[in-house]
Every structure is written in structure tokens, then in C-alpha cells.
Ligand binder design. Sequence first.
Ligand code: SF4
Length: 349
Amino acid sequence: MDQSRDDNSLTELRSGDLEKAVCGLGGKKYNAGQIWSWLYKKSVFDIDKMTDIPSVLRTSLKQNFSVPLPEIERSEKSADGTVKLLLKLYDSNYIECVIIPEKDRMTLCVSSQAGCRFKCSFCSTGKLGFKRNLYAHEIVGQVLTASVFAGTRITNVVYMGMGEPFDNYDEVIKSADIISDDSGLAVGKRKITISTFGHVDSIIRFTNEDIRYKLAVSLHNPFDDERNLIMPANRKYGLKKLFDALTAYTKKSNRKVVFEYVLLKNVNDTERHAKELIRLLSALPSKLNLIKYHSQGAADEFGPLKDEFALKFYNFFRNQNFPVVFRSSRGEDISAACGQLTAKRKAGE
Ligand code: SF4
């Protein structure tokens, strides 16, 4: 099959759609369940090796579908065990995903786009510009490929890799539905986090559709004029619209929003910022993740906050009993940390 199309991958189909497709080829519903199990429980992606499927049906499947997976071009392992995979897509676009092993879980940070159009000034991906949206099967493919590579099940998925997930809403939600399906990869809905810079239109849609994945927002500054400078997309919506949409989301879903805040030296690190953050975030059920900034090389216009100042910022929230964590850095030595993903094929490229 032609792997350059999006509509012929078996891993592009939610389970109900796979059933319809299999029945349309003359198979039975239970054959769809068997195929689902081969793909998502047994990691078998070759239709010929799905031995309990009748050979006539296998032939029709091969004539109509394929199971394209991203190719691993390179893997890099950090001193802390984090692994970054550089993946080649069918059209020679490159993306990255990051496997983060922890004591009781195996988290995968997935990309949702090749590049990104939103140009946040502290983000390496933003500097690449936008190439294209990923299809759902290319996101699901990251989970399948990473799981085989790591030799273990992925337990948590965060949409925090390359791209803005809510700029590719349909494919992202479809991929999360496939990844969370109980009869396959079975990553719990509460263990899937979609992270957005604050794409208000999609947050409203997410709320209206009552979708139950966790929502994270990259805030990084509580003042519109300053946020506009580091996140130009803020000009379109502004914080008022963003927080109105998030308030509606928390009311309807009864869930918290996780706010991500990367600490940038002399940019967003003062008591004035902390006070305004508390004022804004106290208006809705929320939690704050403070993140260490990861340098992007010599030409970088930003710098990380020294640990003692980061601790002071963190303690400001702790002292007011505001739910806050300081997220430890993972994979910084291999440029796999937040804001560092660039899908470079060689050093300097
Ligand atoms: S932070 Fe997110 S939205 Fe901003 S440029 Fe980077 S990938 Fe795009």
C-alpha cells in the first residue's frame, strides 16, 4: 500500500472504525478485535503475521491498508535514563519523542506536529517554523515504536513534544482515543496530558465535547504585555479570554488545569510575577509546575534562574499553600528537555 496517504493506516482507526472497515472487507467484528490485539497488545505490525485472521481477509487488508511506523533514525540516552528518539516520517520530515523512565511509570512525550507555527521565543521547536500536522497514526506510531524500543509498556503520554497539539485538534484527540482504548494500549485517560500554549478556540471545543484527557497550559507569564513578547500567539487571545475559557472548562469537567511555567532569568521571575500568578490561578482549580529553563546554546537570549532564586520563587507559593511543584529536569544533556526538541539529524544541522 501507498504509505504516503493518511487514510490507509490501520493505526489511524479508532476501534469502532476498524470494526466497520473489517466488516466492509467481508470480515467479522471479532476479526477486528483480533487485529486490534495484534497491533496494540502483541506489537505485531505485519498483516501476514496475524495468523488467526483468515487468509482471504488478510489479503484484502493488505490491498486496502498498511501499518506504517516512523523509522528510528537515531536514539540518544541521557545520564538520567531519559531516551530521545529521532524519528523519520514517510515524507522525510523528522520529529522527536522522549521516553522518560520513572520509578513506577514509563512516560512518553510525543510530538503532534513537525515544527510549530507559534514562534515562542524560548522554544527550539518554534524556531524551526511549521512543516505539517502529524496524522493520528504518526502519533500512535510514536507510542508503538517507543514501547518496542524500550521493551516495555508506555504508561503515561504527554503531548508536550514538537508542535502545538490544539493546532492539530482532530488528529490529536483521535490518537489519544486510540492510545487510551482499554482493549489495546490502555493508557488511562487520566494518564494522558494535552499541553497547549492557550489555544482558546480548541479549549472551548475540548470543553464542549467533554473530552476527558488532562489539560495543561504553558503560561510562562501572567501579564499580557510581557507574555506577548515571549509568546506572540498571546496577542490573538490574551489572558482574559484564556482564563474565561479555562474557567468554563474547570466548571464543566470538574477538573484542575495544570499550569506550566518555565523560569526565565530577568523575564518572569520576580515577586510581582509570583503575586499575579497566584491571583490568576486562584480563580480556578489549578496546580502550578515550575520548570527549569534549558539553554539552547550560545546565541540564546534567555538564561536559567540560579537554583537559589528558583527555590525562592517556589517557596513563595509553598508559603501560601498554593499547589506547586518544581519539575526536575530530565534529559537536558541530550537536548530532550522542555523546549529543546528540534529534530536535528546531526550536530549543528
Ligand atoms: S512552546 Fe509550544 S506553541 Fe510555543 S513554539 Fe514551542 S511548540 Fe510551539
